[in-house]
Design a protein around this ligand. Sequence first.
Ligand SMILES: Nc1ncnc2c1ncn2[C@@H]1O[C@H](COP(=O)(O)OP(=O)(O)OP(=O)(O)O)[C@@H](O)[C@H]1O
Ligand SMILES: [Mg+2]
Length: 151
Amino acid sequence: MKIDIPSEQAMQEFGLKLSKLLTGGVTLELIGDVGAGKTTLTRSIARGLGITDPIHSPTFTISNRYETQSELQVAHYDFYRLSDAGIMKDELAEVLEDERTITIIEWGDIVEEILPDSRITIRIRSDSEHSRQLDCIAHNQLTQKILEQLL
Ligand SMILES: Nc1ncnc2c1ncn2[C@@H]1O[C@H](COP(=O)(O)OP(=O)(O)OP(=O)(O)O)[C@@H](O)[C@H]1O
Ligand SMILES: [Mg+2]
């Protein structure tokens, strides 16, 4: 599914809308160049889930966890600096199994083989300063339903 995002505000609205459809156990795999908007999108999803803590890219810690206002948690990963995920892969595997956690992953190629089917891959392309094109792919029925509700 392709979605045109003309502005940063439109990206925020997309994140907000998506956040309302997410359930525990769903993983978002965000793909895009440096500055594409992966963390910006993560922030608006977090906001939509009622997270008020500031969202910083987990550049050095690799992972951050946030409590939402419901029983859901958000785990945010950024594997940009790693060429081998090492024990982070085991930690991630455990988090991915947690039915109360929504997992959002930036630069996840090195953990691709453990990413679950209950996942949406969002590729962000940028062709100008503010406009973005999203290419969203669902990997199972549940996530396909989520994408359908975005339309
Ligand atoms: N439509 C848009 N959607 C998202 N971000 C936008 C948009 N227009 C402008 N921006 C700007 O682009 C930048 C995106 O940076 P962001 O940190 O979200 O990228 P990233 O994909 O997470 O990069 P990295 O790979 O370094 O983690 C921000 O400065 C944001 O303000
Ligand atoms: Mg980022």
